[in-house]
Ligand binder design. Sequence first.
Ligand SMILES: Cc1ncc(COP(=O)(O)O)c(C=O)c1O
Length: 372
Amino acid sequence: MSSVTREPIPAARPVIGEEEIEAAVRVLRSGRVVQGPEVAAFEEGFSELVDGRHCVAVNSGTSALHLLLLALGIGPGDEVIVPSFSFAASANAVRLVGADVVFADIEPGSFGLDPAAVEAAITPRTAAIMPVHLYGHPAAMDKIMPIAAKHKLAVVEDACQAHTAALNGTPVGAFGEGGTFSFYPTKNMHSLEGGMVTTADAEIARTLRLLRNQGMEQRYANEIVGANMRMTDVSAAVGRVQLGKVLGWTSQRQANAAYLDQHITAPAVTTPPLADGVRHAYHQYTIRIQGDRDAAMAKLSEAGIGNAVYYPTPIHRLKPYWEPDQKAGRNWDLPETERAAAEVVSLPVHPSLSAEDLERIATAVNELGDNQ
Ligand SMILES: Cc1ncc(COP(=O)(O)O)c(C=O)c1O
């Protein structure tokens, strides 16, 4: 053990700097605090990240998924194909609109939906496929989009972890009928809390705008039933500051990941593979560890290296999904999902890491050796 105690390296470090604070204060002083000019400007700015698609800002990534499913008319009687290896919000949005979740397995490399598993999961009730670009690595959209077209299914991209990621030059959020992003503080860019829906379809965009605001375009002329999922101008102003930096941050994350790829050599550890044509946003740098994962994580923590498992329990094993499935005698066959949930550990990759931090991370991981 080193006699010098060094600061622990956190797994994530949300940025709330002077610029973000000044932007928030400017809005507060202006008095225009909800869905005003800052929100409109944020939507316009974000559109540049998603090939000019319409952008509709809401109050969270979960709201973005929820409203997009509603806007696509997905509801009771419909099935949506979702990976079980994701944050619960992906499946929750499907259940919130009254549709049924059908889980499909993932590819071991990208951690995203396996196209063959998607095709096998299609039934006459399937209305949509929801690829999740987990950890910032795009799902196999080059194979999933043709499957969706063949079966006339909508594609709802959960890009909540993947701002600025792309596949073969197309940014995530610009493949499907719609895409969704989260601006939670630990994401690659944030707006304190917030979300964005992206779509190429002007009608869907209009429906989304109605749905987020009680069904109103004109005040008190409600056209449809809607909710209040508006974004505040304080959030949008913070989001705009971050939007100006996110491409640079992604480059830094990529450089950090490249360093770790090169320097992590422990036999027990597999570094995250990169599929052809992928621009990875490295929301997470996620390794697989053979052997006792808990023991390995304890050693990393002892060395002051932040680490976390996203996600230790696949969604199909969470109570609101597991119990009804057990009652119905439904068992999902998801071997790659189960394996990933048992093996993954995410390491710090955020843009605030110093060269010394990166060296410490690689050294601590290499000290795990074969983890026996
Ligand atoms: C894959 C995924 N989907 C959806 C969400 C929901 O986003 P939010 O927390 O902004 O509601 C998140 C955020 O954690 C996420 O990681």
